[in-house]
Each structure stands twice: as structure tokens, then as C-alpha cells.
Ligand binder design. Structure first.
Ligand SMILES: [Zn+2]
Ligand SMILES: [Zn+2]
Length: 136
């Protein structure tokens, strides 16, 4: 495969924006370790990256909302258990809610931890100028 701009040069990479073959001269123009043929493609690549970043943040936010809902439901179930047992002396229902409540609380906490951890690792990798951290 030859470079499209320099017909006698072998391609060493392809543009991340349009897939065009790039020789060392063309690839050398690229910044941020992403191979692009032109400034337009550099902008396109950057935009697509930031849109995936937004998607990550959005999904993290919805996971967080779901986590709080799950936590709230767990707390309500525990409250109902108390109400059923102590106020209504319906220990059969109380036991049911007492079993379901902690499941909601644990699931809510697990969701919260997931929503906090997942997007941050991807964000840090893309941060321009951020100090490289040793991967575990
Ligand atoms: Zn391109
Ligand atoms: Zn070239």
C-alpha cells in the first residue's frame, strides 16, 4: 500500500478520520499519537472522541440515578418491614420486606460504585497533557 499523497512512499499508517493511507511524512504531521491525514480529519477524530466521552458521562449519570432509586426502594422496603412487624404485627409480610430491603440497598451501592469507577478510567486516558500513570 502506497501513500495517496506521495506515490513512491510506503504507507505506515491509515488516517483515523477517513482511512486514507499515510506514509511516514504524512503520519508525522499527526498529533496526539492519532494518525490523521489533515486538520479536518484531526477535528473529526477529536469530535468523535469527545462524543464517546459524553456518552460515557451520560450513561454514568443514568447509572447513578438508577443506583439512588434502587437504594431508596431498599430503604422503603426496610421501612415497610418495620411498619408491618411493629405496627401491624404482620411478621410474615415483615419478613418478606426484610429480605427484599437489603437486596435493594446492596444493589444500589454496587451500582453507585460501578458508575463512579467506569467512566473515570477512560477520561484519564484521554486527558491531554495528563501525566501518564503506570497501569496496574
Ligand atoms: Zn483523513
Ligand atoms: Zn504521504
Amino acid at each position: 500500500m502506497k501513500c495517496l499523497k506521495h506515490q513512491n512512499a510506503d504507507a505506515v499508517a491509515v488516517c483515523m478520520g477517513c482511512g486514507m493511507a499515510l506514509c511516514p511524512i504524512c503520519a508525522g504531521r499527526s498529533s496526539e499519537e492519532r494518525f490523521v491525514c489533515s486538520d479536518e480529519c484531526a477535528i473529526r477524530v477529536r469530535q468523535s472522541l469527545s462524543s464517546t466521552r459524553e456518552g460515557f458521562e451520560k450513561s454514568a449519570r443514568s447509572t447513578r440515578v438508577a443506583a439512588w432509586y434502587t437504594l431508596a426502594i431498599g430503604a422503603v422496603l426496610l421501612g415497610l418491614a418495620l411498619l408491618m412487624g411493629v405496627a401491624a404485627h404482620d411478621w410474615g409480610s415483615a419478613l418478606y420486606f426484610l429480605l427484599m430491603g437489603p437486596i435493594g440497598v446492596v444493589a444500589g451501592i454496587a451500582l453507585l460504585m460501578v458508575s463512579k469507577r467506569a467512566p473515570n478510567s477512560t477520561l484519564e486516558r484521554d486527558g491531554r497533557g495528563a501525566a501518564a500513570r503506570p497501569s496496574p
